[in-house]
Design a protein around this ligand. Structure first.
Ligand SMILES: Cc1cc2nc3c(=O)[nH]c(=O)nc-3n(C[C@H](O)[C@H](O)[C@H](O)COP(=O)(O)OP(=O)(O)OC[C@H]3O[C@@H](n4cnc5c(N)ncnc54)[C@H](O)[C@@H]3O)c2cc1C
Length: 401
């Protein structure tokens, strides 16, 4: 018979929930506590790719996952920023090279479907993780734990719950955590494509009046040696229009946008669109519920920050639980919530603010804002010490392990 009482449960099996299960597993096994993962098995049908920055790659190494992901990932050695606007004041082309930080790469671009399938396989082999292949229907925070009613009809009780159930988190609501939400007049069009010229591990980000057009290298396949992914931020109307185009036309539009620097383009997936929005929770933990990933923060896919920030949530939760020795009294759980909230507030607020500012500065028609952006990029191009500072910050805190 399946157990019904747990010390910690994770709800949601997106990238944040699956990585949380794998990161918490050794800590729970060492402390002899019971860990549940509540979520239907995730299908590996996500065609997106995620740029994992170096600190996240190190975490994957620590979890014994990187050897499985590395052969199918592409390094990001240079990030090239190009001002593709037709504005009066434009920024110069700026290259950010990982070599300037004595690194081979800022990170690696990894297919989401691969991550999900490797994470799921590892979880399936675990003796510590109790998997409930079910949807959470209702959550209730009570004195002695959180009651989780599952779609299978059963109920489990857990002393603490890691909410990795995405932006509409049921658990966040059950914990009484409020959010601040906003939207952008933008959608991201996402597609993977093949090209006739090599990318040389360069990711090119072209800034346009509607948002960035970001090409990110993908690894070679035997049948397709030269490949990249694209996240193109446009207005919702343009997104609809682009998605309705015949493939040949879209190939040409992308090639022209990139001024043929990757030669001939040939799409390998159909375009998908993602409306852009933002959300930040008022608290990152309360009543024994800890917010992970998009349950706590959502922002546009600019600067490869979302999942990298989610992994920092995972590491902070792991460290808080380890330090607390999984004490069961109410005071201990309240204290761990406070510690986690404190640990995540600055990082999440800064990352959310930086991405928001970058995005809005691109959209702004206000001349002084454009001048400030151009001046900033000129200074980054000129001064290597400033560029190094910026690159370090862009990769997030180095000490996540
Ligand atoms: C186009 C695009 C490109 C991106 N590129 C990057 C990048 O390069 N680098 C980067 O760091 N980030 C990137 N991101 C952000 C990154 O994809 C997200 O941060 C990440 O996927 C969020 O994962 P999550 O697990 O928090 O949320 P989700 O992926 O939303 O997962 C939540 C999971 O919870 C499940 N769930 C929900 N409710 C319940 C319930 N009641 N019971 C059980 N399960 C439930 C859902 O089914 C889902 O599986 C990108 C995002 C987009 C849109």
């Amino acid at each position: 018979m399946e157990p019904t009482q747990f010390d910690i449960a994770i709800v949601g099996a997106g990238l944040a929930g699956l990585s949380a299960a794998l990161a918490l597993e050794p800590v729970c096994a060492a402390a002899g506590v019971k860990l549940a993962l509540v979520a239907p098995i995730t299908k590996g049908d996500d065609k997106r790719t995620t740029a994992l920055l170096m600190p996240s790659v190190k975490l994957m190494e620590q979890l014994g996952l990187w050897d499985l992901l590395a052969p199918h990932s592409a390094p990001l050695a240079t990030i090239r920023m190009v001002d593709g606007t037709k504005r009066l004041i434009r920024a110069p082309l700026t290259d950010f090279k990982a070599a300037e930080l004595s690194l081979e790469a800022f990170g690696y671009n990894v297919p989401n479907a691969l991550m999900v399938s490797e994470f799921e396989k590892k979880i399936a082999c675990s003796d510590t993780i109790f998997r409930f292949d079910a949807v959470l229907e209702k959550a209730l925070c009570a004195e002695d734990g959180i009651d989780l009613s599952l779609s299978t009809g059963s109920t489990i009780v857990s002393k603490r719950v890691a909410a990795a159930d995405g932006r509409n988190s049921i658990l966040r609501q059950a914990a009484g955590i409020k959010t601040r939400n906003w939207s952008y007049p933008q959608s991201a069009v996402v597609v993977n494509f093949q090209h006739s010229l090599p990318h040389h591990s360069v990711s090119t980000e072209i800034h346009t009046e509607t948002g960035p057009f970001t090409q990110v290298p993908l690894p070679a396949r035997t049948d397709a040696p030269l490949r990249s992914s694209l996240v193109w931020v446009v207005t919702p109307e343009q997104a609809q229009d682009l998605c309705a185009k015949p493939q040949d036309q879209l190939n040409l539009i992308i090639e022209q946008k990139m001024q043929s620097c990757l030669g001939k383009i040939s799409l390998e997936t159909s375009p998908q669109t993602f409306p852009l929005s933002g959300m930040i929770a008022d608290q990152f933990a309360a009543n024994g519920v800890f917010l992970l990933g998009e349950a706590g923060h959502v922002f546009p896919p600019i600067g490869a920050q979302g999942f990298n920030l989610g992994l920092r949530d995972v590491v902070a939760l792991r460290d808080c639980l380890k330090q607390s020795k999984f004490g069961l009294c109410r005071a201990n759980i309240v204290a761990v919530c406070d510690t986690y909230d404190g640990m995540r507030r600055r990082d999440v607020t800064l990352s959310t603010g930086a991405v928001d500012l970058l995005n809005r500065s691109l959209l702004s028609d206000f001349l002084p804002v454009q001048a400030a952006r151009s001046l900033g990029l000129t200074a980054l191009g000129q001064f290597s010490w400033l560029r190094r500072q910026m690159m370090q910050r862009g990769m997030g805190p180095q000490s996540i392990l």
